[in-house]
Design a protein around this ligand. Structure first.
Ligand SMILES: *[C@@H]1O[C@H](CO)[C@@H](O)[C@H](O)[C@H]1NC(C)=O
Ligand SMILES: [Zn+2]
Ligand SMILES: [Zn+2]
Length: 388
């Protein structure tokens, strides 16, 4: 996986001023193969002990070359990790679950293919002692080239060692493990049992510690299952509450109703509204404790909210006489004083299609925009108006 990865580092030792002590020192280390070798093996302390002399402090060195000797964090390859045991990356897997699953809990079996250390050679890649430090890169896994571009300016080019492919060591062909062919790892199918607990949420992570891909010298990362809740056709979840939409007729809104819903655990819930408990549009009604169970406390439940919309009757659903009759049952209208005189105008309402622009298609505003576009004078609507 490293074959295409090149790591370029540039640094400039400025020519406008005298090099500082530490810069000079760093430059010396990088350009002197012997010192470079000592640094590679023993780090900065090795150089200081080995008589580098006169160097102010390791932190300056790190500041100057921060990340320079380091290798980009991700990936495998034991050659350049140093002594510290690195940790592999976590492997993320989405798991699609229904709202029912999150309500009731469930166990899902997930089949994964993962990389494991070869069991035959225990991840060595061959017989013990078959591994040899790569001569080409001296076990670092990277080849470093330094090029002086000008006075006080150096380019360093690091590339993956072509001999050992970043491993830092090589195994002679005849010594290679027959099982893994010297690769140290094999592929394996693994089945994970994922326990989706009651009340878990969309986006919740379920980690399996250390179940990530194995690599020699690398502590395996975790496999992390991420729950993804499918949309439910009836309920929307909001934390531990459930919300549903329901449309009812005006008659039901005024005179009471009952209807049945299938809950997430399969129960039929009969929802009742007594006559006289008026439902008005946009008002939420609640059924206590029929929401989602709480995670880790599943006997506590949220609420179920119902967002009602009300279907009014079609126009002319009743004759004028019947409407008069209906009116006798409904609360009385507010009294309206109708003014008289010349300044009074009486108008009728007509249907308005809400999807259209409020100005309507014949308005002056729209007309002149259209003219502007057609004539290509979009930027000068005023001139258009003067001609009209
Ligand atoms: C209730 O439904 C109306 C119309 O669909 C919507 O505008 C409103 O946001 C809903 N309210 C809630 C709390 O979901
Ligand atoms: Zn090498
Ligand atoms: Zn093997």
């Amino acid at each position: 996986m490293f074959s295409n990865l090149f790591y370029f580092s540039w640094f400039f030792l400025t020519t406008y001023r005298q090099l500082t002590k530490s810069e000079t020192f760093a430059y010396e280390v990088l350009s002197n193969p012997e010192k470079r070798e000592v640094y590679d093996r023993h780090g900065i302390d090795g150089i200081k002990e080995g008589g580098g002399g006169g160097f102010g402090g390791a932190s300056m060195f790190e500041d100057l070359f921060g990340g320079f000797f380091g290798f980009p964090g991700s990936g495998s390859g034991s050659g350049m990790g140093g002594n510290r045991r690195r940790r592999g990356e976590d492997t993320l897997h989405p798991l699609r679950v229904s709202l029912e699953d999150l309500y009731n809990g469930k166990t899902a079996k997930l089949q994964l293919s993962k990389t494991v250390l070869c069991k035959k050679c225990s991840g060595v890649g061959g017989k013990s002692g078959a591994n040899q430090r790569c001569k080409k890169c001296n076990g670092r896994g990277v080849q470093v080239q330094l090029r002086q571009l000008g006075p006080g300016m150096v380019q360093q080019l690091q590339s993956i060692c072509s001999e050992c492919h970043g491993e830092g060591e090589v195994i002679r062909e005849k010594d290679r493990c027959v099982e893994c062919k010297g690769k140290k790892v094999c592929s394996e199918t693994k089945i994970l049992e994922v326990h989706v607990d009651k009340g878990m949420k969309d986006g919740q992570r379920i980690p399996f510690r250390g179940e990530g891909d194995q690599q020699p010298g690398v502590e395996p990362g975790d496999v992390v299952i991420i729950l993804q809740q499918k949309e439910h056709e009836l309920f929307t979840r909001k934390d531990s509450d459930l919300i549903m939409e329901r449309s009812i007729s005006l008659t039901e809104a005024l005179c009471g109703f009952h209807f049945v819903i299938k809950h997430l655990d399969g129960r039929d819930i009969v929802i009742r509204n007594q006559p006289g408990e008026i439902i008005s549009p946009g008002k939420l009604k609640m059924v206590p404790e029929e929401g989602m169970p709480q995670y880790k406390n599943p006997y506590e439940k949220g609420n179920l909210y119902i967002n009602f919309s009300i279907d009014f009757p079609e126009r002319n659903f009743a004759s004028e006489d019947k409407l008069k009759l209906l009116e006798t049952l409904l609360p009385p209208r507010p009294r309206v004083e109708i003014p008289t005189g010349e300044h009074v105008e009486e108008v009728d309402l007509i249907e308005f299609d809400g999807s259209k622009n409020f100005h309507g298609s014949g308005s002056r505003v729209e007309a002149y925009h259209e003219d502007g576009d057609e004539d290509g004078h979009g930027g000068h609507p005023r001139m258009q108006c003067q001609h009209q």
